[in-house]
Design a protein around this ligand. Structure first.
Ligand code: ZN
Length: 276
């Protein structure tokens, strides 16, 4: 017979309310994504409440329930307190968690995806560049989940790409050689510095991203391309992007104006992970 209670390392990637006082948590664990319930977690006297906040890296004790498994105890390993003191980093963490939530299927084991999310939270907490940390995370998470964009061979004909490459096609799944680029009207322009940056981030360990010094123009263009690619895969924008964009607009009006222009987006709704 299976044990009734088990222990799991987890990162809380989403929370929603259910019933009178309970919370449903979506957790990412080394053995996959799962929805669990924390009973009574919204009561003011709940001991559990402070230990199951978003992004918390924790050890959970879970009881096997008939439907959702039940959190009986949470012993946080890291709450990423420094990250929580900075709005832009909170926005980046929301985004990293939402991206994992959208891309990863429930109950499909993927230790690398778990470690990538843990790595991005640690890097954001340690003060690494928000932009480059997120770009490296996107590229590596896409790779871990089978969506690796092609940046070394043409996504259409397979020819080895040279520095003459200047188009990226979300639909084709990567960069295009000059011969194929003409035939793909949806392909997006990609400058040589952006092409080089993406290739570098894709093959280097993600933690190397924080060491780079890259112009804000190149960062914004790389962000825009990956956003277009993710939009193609997910068939929509993530809700957390609007929050992240808003925060950046407040904190760095010049840099975010260029990102906003590149993405042509509206700043409608903020993010609210407490609901939905
Ligand atoms: Zn080609």
């Amino acid at each position: 017979m299976r044990d009734r209670v088990y222990r799991s390392e987890a990162i809380v990637i989403r929370r929603s309310d259910i019933g009178e006082a309970d919370r449903v948590l979506t957790i990412l664990t080394p053995s996959g994504k799962r929805r669990v319930v924390a009973k009574g977690a919204r009561k003011t006297q709940s001991r559990l409440a402070g230990h199951i906040e978003l992004f918390t890296h924790t050890i959970l004790m879970l009881a096997i329930g008939r439907n959702l498994h039940i959190v009986t105890q949470s012993s946080p390993l890291d709450r990423f307190e420094r990250l929580r003191a900075d709005l832009e980093r909170i926005g980046a963490a929301y985004y990293a968690a939402e991206l994992a939530d959208r891309l990863i299927e429930e109950e499909s084991e993927n230790r690398r995806a778990f470690e990538l999310l843990l790595g991005v939270l640690r890097a954001l907490d340690a003060g690494a560049s928000v932009d480059l940390t997120l770009r490296a995370y996107e590229l590596h998470l896409l790779d871990a989940l089978g969506y690796r964009p092609q940046l070394h061979e043409c996504a259409s004909c397979g020819a080895v790409l040279t520095e003459a490459t200047n188009r990226f096609s979300p639909a084709a799944g990567g960069a295009l050689c000059p011969q194929c680029a003409g035939a793909d009207r949806q392909a997006l322009p990609m400058s040589l510095p952006v092409f080089k940056l993406l290739r570098y981030l894709q093959v280097q360990p993600p933690e190397m991203a924080g060491e780079l010094r890259i112009s804000s123009t190149t960062c914004a263009a790389a962000e825009s391309l990956l956003r277009a690619y993710l939009r193609h895969i997910l068939e929509r924008d993530l809700r957390s992007l609007a929050f992240l964009d808003d925060v950046r607009l407040m904190q760095h009006p010049d840099a975010s104006a260029s990102i906003r222009a590149l993405n042509g987006r509206h700043f409608a709704q903020g993010v609210d992970d407490e609901r939905n």
